[in-house]
Design a protein around this ligand. Structure first.
Ligand SMILES: *Cc1c(COP(=O)(O)O)cnc(C)c1O
Length: 405
């Protein structure tokens, strides 16, 4: 065989910086593991398996005696780069990438509970989370108590009993309810519970639940992390002890694995995430203030508005109001549908955190799996719309909203 012309050779070692790096530098550099080809951008290792130099090396790899990739369900170089980068941004000891946000939520809770265990959750949650907590886990003997996430007395009463897991979504989708993560974490830890936060709506840019006392954070990376409507993915982040005692075994053997291709897309998304989320959040603040001035809208639910019941707590735990808001139309579903149909730039779509501005009617789409009486309790009336503000120029969005009225 002729000599390979490509110049594959081990890369010279570069000294690591001796100073602490900013989060945005991690977003571009963390986890980068270049191959001997010296490629600039992260390589896509689109392979399920790995080979070994000898039978002995294979045996040692399976025995965890040496570091060697074994199988795509456990680990893959491109996925590992994504996990390391997101962990560095979040300030977490580990990250496990998953195939969707829902597989991240399910694995993060299911790896911890057994029959007879008790979960306490803030009632305002995404509808698939509601199905996991009220239908799937109870079938296996796990009990679940829902509390009003903004009510400190309800948390204190619920967390006076032995509890295994506390599950919080803050801000919540689509009502943007705020839970005081530090207050709930302090109560939960007194009864030995593990606090899991669905941080999808805030993104790692606007809120750091681990720094507020939570134990585990999970994401639908489909939302702000990709943020460009391309891939479905999720992530779980937390401490090494949670990984080793609970999560690692569960995900290795149940297989909610992320695709290497999707991880590669997400690696590039992480590089621009802070710019996207900050820009979108700035525009969302302007849009929320404009909508609050309109008589057609009964309430604008946005954590960056002083009128929001969770404003004070949001100021403490988030760096901005976020990209997404709820709007309640005085004229109910008919008025909400008429408004959606009149928009010319903003799309009707059920995603959020996207570079394109998107509007949804939760009661008939994303949250229709929640029974109507429970939806009413959550405040998700038929007049509620969820608006996710994208990267278009904010003046064009304001113009679109104004003409739709
Ligand atoms: C979308 C979403 C999820 C589910 O994520 P998928 O990637 O669609 O599985 C979970 N929680 C919240 C708050 C979400 O918005």
């Amino acid at each position: 065989m002729s000599k390979r012309p490509w110049g594959y050779q081990p890369l010279p070692e570069r000294p690591d910086p001796t100073w602490p790096l900013h989060s945005q530098t991690h977003a571009v550099r963390a986890g980068l593991a270049r191959s001997g080809f010296g490629e600039t951008s992260e390589a896509l290792y689109l392979n399920s398996g790995f080979t070994y130099a000898s039978a002995e090396q294979a045996a040692q790899s399976f025995g965890d005696e040496i570091d060697h990739f074994v199988y795509g369900r456990f680990a893959n170089p491109t996925i590992a780069m994504f996990e390391e980068r997101l962990a560095a941004i979040e300030g977490a000891e580990f990250c496990v990438g998953t195939g969707s946000g829902m597989s991240a939520i399910f694995a993060s809770i299911a790896c911890m509970v057994k029959s007879g265990d008790h979960i306490v959750a803030a009632a305002a949650m995404f509808s698939s989370c509601y199905v996991i907590l009220t239908e799937i886990l109870p079938k296996w003997g796990v009990t679940v108590e829902m509390v009003d996430g903004s009510n400190a007395e309800q948390w204190a009463a619920a967390l006076s009993k032995p509890t295994k897991v506390v599950f919080i979504e803050s801000p919540s989708n689509p009502m943007l309810e705020i839970v005081d993560i530090r207050m709930v974490s302090d109560l939960a830890h007194k009864v030995g519970a593990t606090v899991i936060v669905d941080n999808v709506m805030a993104s790692p840019i606007l809120q750091k639940p681990l720094a507020l006392g939570a134990d585990v954070v999970m994401y639908s990376a489909t939302k702000h992390i990709d943020g460009q409507g391309r891939v479905l993915a999720g992530a779980i982040l937390g401490s090494n002890s949670y990984l080793q005692e609970h999560l690692s075994q569960f995900v290795r053997h149940t297989g909610p694995s992320l695709s290497p291709f999707n991880a590669w897309v997400l690696l590039k998304s992480l590089e621009t995430m802070s710019m996207r989320v900050e820009q979108m959040s700035n525009s969302a603040q302007k849009v929320a203030e404009f909508l609050e001035s309109r008589s057609e809208i009964k309430t604008v639910l946005y954590p960056g508005l002083k009128s929001h019941p969770g404003y004070e707590v949001a100021q403490k735990q988030m760096t901005a109001g976020g990209t997404t808001m709820g709007l309640e139309f005085a004229g109910g579903q008919a008025a909400a549908f008429k408004f959606m149909n009149a928009l010319r730039v903003i799309d009707i779509s059920n995603n959020l955190g996207d570079s394109k501005s998107l509007i949804t009617h939760p009661a008939s789409s994303t949250h229709r799996r929640i029974p109507p009486e429970v939806r009413a309790e959550m405040g998700i009336t038929d007049g509620i719309l969820r608006l996710s503000v994208g990267l278009e120029h904010s003046s064009d969005l304001l113009k679109d909203l104004e003409q739709a009225f």
